[in-house]
Structure formats: C-alpha cells, structure tokens
Write a protein that binds this ligand. Structure first.
Ligand SMILES: C[S@@+](CC[C@H](N)C(=O)[O-])C[C@H]1O[C@@H](n2cnc3c(N)ncnc32)[C@H](O)[C@@H]1O
Length: 367
C-alpha cells in the first residue's frame, strides 16, 4: 500500500491523498517511487473540470471520459467527483503504485462512476473508444496522438499537456523537427509558435483519418502548453483544418530577428472557440475552485484574444528595437483602436499585444 506517508489535500471540492513534493512546484516529483503530484497544476486541473462540464452539458449521450496518464489520479478523481451529468470516468496509469493510490482515492471519495486500468495508454486507446481523452505526460504527448485520434468519438475532446517547451520553443530546434516535423522559432512569440506547432501536429494526425480539429481552449505558460481540441469526422472538415496548417516565413512573425528562416508547419487558425470560453467562464461561477479569481482573469484574456491574428509584439522588445521609451499598454490599445485596428492583449505574456495594424502604424504609435 502507498498510503503510509501520503498527504491529504483538497482541490476543488475533492479531498484526496497525494505525495507532496517538498522541494519544487515546477518539475517532476523528487520523491522517488511515489506517484507524481504537482500542486502548481491546480489551475490546469480546474480548467479540465470546466471544459469537461461544458462538454457534458452539450452531450446527448452517456459520456465516457479517460484520464489516460493519471499518476495520483487527481484529475480523473476530481472529474468523477465534481462533474454533474450522465458520465463515467476511466483512470489509467501503467505504474502499480499509482493504481494503488488511485484505488485509495476512489474509496476515499466513495466514487461509483470510475474504473481503473494499469495499462500502457497507447494500447488502451487502440482497444477502446472515449468521448473525452486526457493525455498529461512527462514531456511530449505526441506519442499518443495517432491512437487518441483513432479512439475519440466524433465531436469528442482530446486534451493534452506538453512540457517539452525547450523543443517546442526553439531551444532545441532539431528535437522539435524530429518530434513534430516542424521548425520552431526562438523569440518573443516562441510559446505561441510552440502551441501552434503542437496543434498543427494534431491536425495532421487527425487528417490522415479524415477528421478535422476545432481548438476549444488552448494556452501556453512558461512551463507547458495545454490543448483542448474537438475532433470532427469528415473529409470536408479535415480539408478545412489542413487549409490552416502551413509553413510561414519567420519574417511574418512580429519582432523576428531571422529574415530567411521558415517556421512550421504549424496551425494558423483560431486557438480559442470564443463561445465556448464564454460558456466556460459562466460555469466557473457554479463550481468551487480555489483558483477561481485567477481563472476568471485568465478566461477573460483568452476570450479577448480569441479573434485576434496569430503572434504578437512585446512592448519592451519593440521599444528597444525602435530605441524609444516603452509606452503603456493602455496607450497602445487606445491609439490602435482609435485608428480602427483590432488590438488585444495576449495570455502569452503581460507585455504582449496582438493587432492587425501594419508595422508602420504600430511604429507610429510607439513614437
Ligand atoms: C505527469 S504524470 C501525470 C500527472 C497527472 N495527470 C496529474 O494531473 O497530476 C504522468 C504519468 O503517466 C504515467 N505514464 C507514462 N507513460 C505511460 C504509458 N505509456 N501508459 C500509461 N501510463 C504512463 C506515469 O507513470 C505518470 O504517473
């Protein structure tokens, strides 16, 4: 049994046992041979609760949710305990210590709508079908994309985390090319480019099976990228998705220092579904979530930038390029709006702004 030194914690309305990492909140657990738990991912898991509730509210059938790489089971246990509707949850991890802890957490919460597997996720996905699949690995989720795309039902959700930001953001471009068949770009927009490379990769995997992708809620932090994507059957949706999958010249990315490189292929379509974000924001007020206030601000930003073009300027980088003192965000937004351009903040960085204004207009606003 694993419960000897496990800590009882509470996320959302769920109490469960985990092994707290004493040293770091960012990286993997340094306590050996115990299931991984990262308290810094609470907001990430709160978003999972909200997106799955949004999905359940739209569904007309019994929904089968899979927490495919579960560790302590915290995500799947929370979904089973905190969602309302007609659903069941499967929680899977190939580690026997994880499975023991997951069983303990199911008992603790007296859950009846959960089944547990101790399987390799890749082979599980090839055998069974799900409506909502969560892939939360150490590193890249790309190894599970093919099987997840085959497993997920029409209009189902694939959610994944990628923590290999050094590859996706261009610190190790060869790794990115090998793993995602895409060239990244190191620079101010690198996190958004990484997110779009990951989405592009999922788009390509889905298109093989004549399925298209619709990003619902996608975001990036310094440490990870997170996607929630709806998968739609049909050649025409696959074609429409592939039309958004392209290689671009680096010079098309604001503030790029490299005028000759190519970036991608990557996803150039929307990365948020605005109506979904609005509905998810409303749902946040109906749930007990410790990160609610942060979440609201975060969802506001996602909604604000939902219709904005890809990539962004950062105030400091553009100011130093133009050798001017940095204007305030309010000034930039006010000026560009008054000239009739679209301009939004971005969740990627507090000093970033997205606009459809050409560079000479943006420069004028800075001077
Ligand atoms: C980052 S942890 C999951 C964290 C968890 N989702 C959470 O929210 O706290 C990744 C887990 O995936 C498991 N794992 C890695 N590869 C696997 C595979 N191919 N099949 C099943 N489990 C796997 C590991 O044992 C580990 O517990």
């Amino acid at each position: 049994m694993t419960n000897g030194t496990a800590d009882l914690i509470k996320e959302g309305t769920t109490e469960l046992f985990v092994y707290k990492n004493k040293a770091s909140v960012k990286g993997p657990s340094i306590r050996e041979n115990v299931p991984f738990y990262n308290p810094a991912m609470e907001l990430n898991r709160d978003v999972s609760v909200l997106v799955n509730q949004w999905f359940l509210n739209m569904s007309t059938t019994h929904v089968h949710i899979l927490d495919g790489l579960a560790a302590s089971g915290i995500r799947g246990i929370r979904l089973a305990h905190e969602l309302s509707g007609d659903f069941e949850v499967t929680i899977n991890d190939w580690n026997d210590q994880s499975v023991a802890l997951i069983q303990q957490n199911i008992q603790k919460n007296q859950l009846e709508n959960v089944s547990v597997y101790e399987r390799d996720l890749g082979s599980l996905l090839l055998e069974r079908r799900y409506h909502s699949i969560d892939i939360d690995p150490f590193g890249s989720p790309v190894y599970f994309f093919d099987a997840a795309v085959k497993s997920v039902y029409n209009k189902g959700i694939i959610a994944c985390t990628a923590t290999d930001t050094a590859a996706l953001c261009g610190v190790f471009p060869q790794v990115c090319f090998r793993r995602y068949a895409a060239w990244p770009l190191h620079g101010p927009s690198m996190h958004e480019i990484g997110l779009r490379i990951l989405l592009g990769c999922l788009c390509r995997e889905a298109a093989k099976y004549e399925r298209g992708i619709e990003p619902v809620l996608c975001y990036t932090t310094d440490h990870y990228v997170r996607l929630y994507v709806q998968i739609h059957n049909g050649k025409s949706t696959a074609n429409a998705s592939m039309a958004q999958y392209s290689i671009i010249p680096a010079k098309d990315v604001p503030l790029s220092q490299d005028s000759t490189a190519l970036v991608g292929p990557l996803w150039l379509g929307n990365i948020q579904k605005k109506t979904a974000i609005q509905e998810i924001r409303t749902l946040a007020s109906t749930k007990m979530l410790n990160t609610k206030h942060l979440l609201w601000k975060f969802l506001d930003l996602l909604e604000e930038e939902a219709d904005a073009p890809p990539f962004f300027y950062t105030i400091n980088d553009l100011s130093s390029l133009l050798k001017v003192s940095p204007p305030t965000m309010e000034h930039i937004i006010g000026q560009l709006k008054s000239k009739g351009f679209l301009v939004t903040r971005t969740h990627c960085t507090p000093t970033g702004f997205k606009t459809n204004a050409p560079l000479d207009i943006v420069t004028e606003v800075f001077k």
